[in-house]
Design a protein around this ligand. Structure first.
Ligand code: BG6
Length: 254
């Protein structure tokens, strides 16, 4: 902790809490845009933060992304926590398998020696197909588990980066650009004011569900994500943010 004090990380955390009006911020040293190991440090900090808040039998919903993959990688079992169930936060968002919530969820559960349930919902469904699928008993059961989660752990992305990474249609891409989206989380795209300007239609956690979730942890770093973090956090006052020095300094204009 003396080290964190010396590095000025504590100071950055205090300033960020004030600037973003959120309850908790953890800043790790470095900039994950420049050094890949910084993502793992955010992962480690996130695992600690999760363990401090989890109790036996809790359900944890996770999103995909490379940052969440780092959280999964750093996960370790906790002898005090039994029967933790991991579920993906939302259905398909058009990501490659390695970045999908299902993949991260299974990996995290294995590392934590917990259990997991997956959501098998294809990305682009017609309305009829969608409505009949969510009535399927196995899908319904997992959706109920997701809706009753006590913790959500998710990434935040730069809007254009995310839209490009996913198989976003030309039409949606134009909409995202025209409406000046800067941030993306859970398949929702936000403008600088934190307003939703586009949304990927899928099942699972919706933005409206978040206020009911006891612990919401956002993990995102790198100076390139500063704008995205600032915009998204306008929508998430009860979240805890785990970030890095690169994003923190860019956000504070230091
Ligand atoms: C996605 C999440 O899988 O990861 C998004 O669903 C998030 O909400 C994104 O924006 C972040 O990805 P990364 O690779 O930058 O951690």
């Amino acid at each position: 902790d003396v080290m964190r004090e010396l590095l000025g990380l504590k100071d950055l955390e205090t300033k960020l809490m004030e600037k973003l009006h959120i309850e908790g911020v953890i800043v790790v040293a470095g900039d994950s845009d420049l050094s890949p190991w910084v993502k793992k440090e955010m992962g480690r900090a996130c695992v600690t933060c999760m363990k401090e808040r989890l109790t036996n039998g809790d359900i944890v919903a996770v999103t995909g992304g490379t940052t969440l993959a780092a959280v999964a990688e750093m996960m370790t079992p906790d002898p005090k926590q039994n029967r933790i169930l991991f579920v993906p936060a939302r259905g398909g968002l058009g990501e490659d398998v390695k970045n999908q919530a299902n993949t991260i969820c299974a990996k995290m559960a294995e590392k934590a020696l917990g259990n997991y349930r997956l959501l098998h919902v294809p990305d682009h469904l017609s309305r009829e197909a969608y409505e009949s699928l969510i009535e399927e008993p196995t899908v319904k059961e997992v959706l109920e588990l997701i809706k009753s989660c006590r913790m959500v752990v998710h990434g935040i992305g730069d809007a254009i980066t995310m839209a490009e990474r996913r198989k976003t249609s030309k039409e949606d891409m134009e909409k995202i650009k025209e409406r000046h989206a800067v941030a993306e989380a859970f398949g929702y795209y936000f403008n600088e004011a934190g307003e939703v300007v586009h949304k990927v239609k899928t099942v699972g956690i919706q933005l409206e569900d978040l206020p009911r979730v006891e612990h919401v942890i956002a993990v995102a770093g790198g100076s390139s994500k500063a704008k995205a973090i600032q915009a998204y956090m306008k929508r998430a006052p009860h979240s805890i943010l785990i970030t890095d020095e690169g994003a923190a300094r860019a956000l504070l204009g230091e």
